[in-house]
Structures are given as C-alpha cells and as structure tokens.
Design a protein around this ligand. Structure first.
Ligand code: ADP
Ligand code: MG
Length: 243
C-alpha cells in the first residue's frame, strides 16, 4: 500500500494541503475529487516528489520518504521507480517516434535491452489499439491517441502505481471514451492507480475509493459506494454541480 501521512504544503504562505493523510490501497483505483484549486494536483504530485511538501511522509512497505528531512538520491530514485505520472496534456517527446517515446526510459533508467524494450512497447501499443502507429511522431496522432501512448509509456516502466492527473480533460468526448476504456481495463487487471478526474460517471464506475478535498482539507475519504450512495450535504452539493 502507498500511504501519505500528514502532508503539509504551502505556496507563498498560503496553505494548499493541510495535514492530509490518505491510504492508497494496492491493486485498487483511488479517485481524488474536489473543486478547482482545492489541491488535487498538488497532492498527486506530492506522491512522486514532483512537488515537495514542507512536511509529511509518503511510504510503501519497503520505502519511506519524510519530506521534513533531506531526501537521499537513492530514496528519490526508488520513489520515482514506484510511480509513473500521466499528465493532462500527455507530454510526449515531440522529436521521438511513438515507440521511442515508450522505450527511452526503460532503456536508460531500467537498463533494458533495446530488443526487450521494443517487444514490450509493441505489445502495449497493441493493447491500447494503436498497432501500426509505432513509427509515427506525436504530432501525427490525435490527442486521444497521444494520451493512450503516454499511458503505454507509464506502463512500460512497470511502476507499482500509476498516477493520472485529469487524463481526459483535454480530450473531446469521443476520444475521452477510448482513454477511459483503457483505464477501466487496467483497473480490472488490478493495476494500482490514483486518478484525479472531473468525470463523475467514470469515478463511480472504476474507483474503489474516493478522496474529496476542498481548500487543502480532506473532507471525505472512503468507499465509492458510500460517496455516491449516501452523500453528505457538502458532497451532495458538489455532485449536483454547484461547485
Ligand atoms: P487542483 O489540482 O485541485 O485544481 P492545485 O493543486 O493545482 O489544485 O492547486 C492548489 C492551490 O495551489 C491553488 O490555489 C493554486 O493556485 C496553488 N498553486 C498550485 N501550484 C502552485 C505554484 N507552483 N505556485 C503557487 N501556487 C500554486
Ligand atoms: Mg489540478
């Protein structure tokens, strides 16, 4: 299990995450919900050190990062190995082909042979329905296709957790559906995931647990069933689209 405890983060003296503790169970999908600006991305990025909170810990059974202390190179490398981030705007390398986008990190970071990395990349590309596009450049793909490739790139690192920050919010609805189907499949395969999304239907369908944050405070942390089935006055208000 991935566990964040007592995470505090400030920007310019303003508290953005206020003593947030959340467990992200193994093999499950946790969805982080909340109004815009509530701290969702900051929390997600704190899990893999893209953001450095002032204090708090992020831990796995065999690794613990304490943000209030200096962090060794080895620990930060190990943390990055355990997680892979998929961004809203996919962030593929524009000068590399689809297959090179996927194989670069496995070859350089994991020291995989080029042949093994390419075999794995091809099977992942096939898995997301894009076989045949290996030698294209990102600019020759639609946004939805680019996002599917960026999911392959994350999976190729064989992380324990995949972290996704609004993976479909830059996509048209029909392209969004293709990406959501892939995430649904990963979820059924027991891939551990943490997803920030505004798509409530998707959250309800795939997640095992929901974390709702507002103004940097954790308001709800529990089962998806309870969140949607038995909302509190505040979560009900959120769900009805007021904010
Ligand atoms: P969300 O993802 O829920 O929309 P964020 O985590 O991006 O929210 O942001 C939470 C708050 O922190 C917002 O008020 C935002 O303006 C602020 N914030 C985020 N990143 C930075 C930054 N790099 N510098 C200053 N303020 C930031
Ligand atoms: Mg965000």
């Amino acid at each position: 299990m991935l566990s964040a405890k007592h995470i505090n983060k400030q920007y310019e003296g303003k508290t953005v995450l206020n003593d947030i503790s959340v467990d992200f169970p193994d093999g499950k999908t946790t969805v982080i919900l909340g109004p815009s600006g509530s701290g969702k991305s900051t929390l997600l990025r704190s899990l893999d050190m893209l953001v450095r909170p002032e204090s708090g810990t992020v831990s796995f059974p065999d690794l613990s990062i304490d943000y209030s202390r200096p962090i060794s190179k080895k620990d930060s490398f190990d943390l990055r190995r355990k997680t892979s981030m998929v961004f809203q705007n996919w962030n593929l390398f524009p000068n590399l082909t689809v297959i090179d986008n996927i194989t670069t990190a496995p070859i350089t970071v994991l020291k995989r042979s080029k042949e093994d990395a390419q075999t794995l990349a091809k099977s992942l590309i096939k898995e997301v329905g894009l076989a045949g596009l290996e030698d294209r450049y990102p600019s020759q793909l639609s946004g939805g296709q680019q996002q599917r490739i960026s999911i392959c790139r994350a999976l190729a690192m064989n992380p324990e957790y995949i972290l996704l920050d609004e993976p479909t919010s830059a996509l048209d609805p029909e392209l969004e559906t293709q990406v959501l189907r892939i995430l649904e499949k990963l979820c059924q395969q027991g891939q551990s995931m943490v997803i920030v999304t505004h798509n409530m239907e998707f959250a309800r369908l795939v997640s095992d647990k929901i974390v709702f944050i507002e103004d940097g405070n954790k308001i709800y942390d529990g089962s998806t069933k309870e969140f949607f089935g038995n909302p509190t006055p505040r979560t009900k208000e959120f769900l009805s689209g007021i904010s």
